[in-house]
Design a protein around this ligand. Sequence first.
Ligand code: TRP
Length: 341
Amino acid sequence: MTDTKFTPRVFSGIKPSGGLTLGNYLGAIKRFVDMQGGQFETIYCVVDLHAITVWQDPKELANATREVAAGYLASGIDPEKSILFNQAQVAEHAELGWIFNCVARVGWMNRMTQFKDKAGSGKDAEKASLGLYAYPSLMAADILLYHATHVPVGEDQKQHVELTRDIAKKFNHDFKVDFFPETTPVIEGPAMRVMNLRDGSKKMSKSGESDMERINMTDDADTISKKFKKAKTDPEPLPETLEGLADRPEARNLVNIYAALNDMTNEQVITEYAGAGWGRFKPALADLAVAKLAPISDDMKRLMNDPAEIDRLLGRGAERAREIAQPILKQTYEIVGLLRS
Ligand code: TRP
């Protein structure tokens, strides 16, 4: 259910912590590009304030922030059609985040599975930053600062968007207003989850020990090709039907990636490659991936050579973001009774 009194508006964000992978591209950025220029106003953010909930080297953080911006731009986020900026340049995120810290309940935070995963348990959890604990409330502020109605995210972020809805509802209820929308999460299918190329049971991550297990968005054509050709598989050829992939995580992952890169369904890929051996499928996948991804990585390199231009675009995006955020924050202060003379 979507509230009709709100402008259809999409907000999403990516953390600048380490490099971008094929998982970020297929699971997030490509979908963000597809939502551009349609029925939604689209706002895309590099969430640097979220990145520092765990330690980030200051020089690497600035660089990673530009790299995520370059990844967005190279993939087709148009800074005219969308608002593209980094969170730290719009102070209203932190201000609304504080108000939401006072709306959200400790009990709600204690149920957040991402915090438990990241903070660990026992003594480890005691060493987690307070920011990591409050992370979901800042995320709610990101979304609600723009009255965003839709948030495209991965399955792992669904709980955070549900918390955002709970915060909006409690705020509206406590202050007897109908001010914040109940945002709808737009969740990718499980098929969009890109897995590790060396172990199909693990998610492709930017931090895994071997570079061969992931495709970085900055990999060049030869590297992309080599990684797909060396990807782990089982010895069986591709099945005749989709059910045949059920217990074959590596095979399923490569079929998923092929389908996602080529805007096909998994069924269509299986129909085309029924019974094909890896000697046929892997080179086809490698060629497809190079055709789709190498131009993006080339463009990212070109953009990264001109950091001043990236900074200029992010600054301009931040200005446009503030035009939406400022009046919403102003009204929030008034609703809460915070005086600003
Ligand atoms: N928590 C999200 C992630 O880890 C990143 C994020 C921060 C985000 N703020 C957001 C995503 C607002 C969507 C909307 O992927």
